[in-house]
Design a binder for this molecule. Sequence first.
Ligand code: PGA
Length: 254
Amino acid sequence: MRRPIIAGNWKMYKGPAETAAFVAELWPQVRENKEVEIVVCPPFVSLEAAVRAGRDTAIAVGAQDVYWEKQGAFTGEVSAGMLAEVGCRYGLVGHSERRQLFGETDAGVNRKARALLEVNITPIICVGETLEQREQGATARVCQGQLEAALQGLSPEQVGGLVVAYEPVWAIGTGRNATSADAQAVIGDLRRLVVSLCGPEAGKNTRFQYGGSVKPGNIADFMAQPDIDGVLVGGASLVVADFAAIINYRVAAG
Ligand code: PGA
């Protein structure tokens, strides 16, 4: 069975003090929920505060990006080993904002995922099409191409341990989510791609998330889909009550 995984991508919000307060406030609201794996991804400077605040909780911490080299003259960058040292267990790679605003390439996404795996951090690999690509009917080709490139050189065991987030670019921060049926269709295809590239075991184990305007009111629909194992949440993960309601979607749905 794939354990549901719900992650908050805080983007460039929340410094260390706000991060620590958020984790401390969130935990009592989600501690009874043993089913869902919970991850928060604050900015680099707040990672340590999140780890410290989450020490006696089941809230795991993820980074939003990483650089693939171990160390060196790479001004402004942070290595996977450094993330492991502060206690990160997850790392986003290939978020569409990184791809669109910061020139992230498919090859870079692959190198970053490999660097994380080397230090036992689980990559959350993000893929997704733009509105233009969707309107051209290129959704499957774009998403599958991004995923195949990201998986280059990974063993089937490594792929089975990954999290892959399908995030249509047009649904991010727009309030316009994909329908759960559309998300299931794309993710079902992505899972079949993993099976064909890495075998049935990897295909069965890889966890897929949907991301893009997930809210307390639409989470249950996504989670009801057979191939959707979790969600990656931006805006709604910044508000404790909303993120807690998303994590506790089963309770809320009765
Ligand atoms: P959103 O962002 O939930 O605000 O749409 C999702 C994401 O960028 O991961």
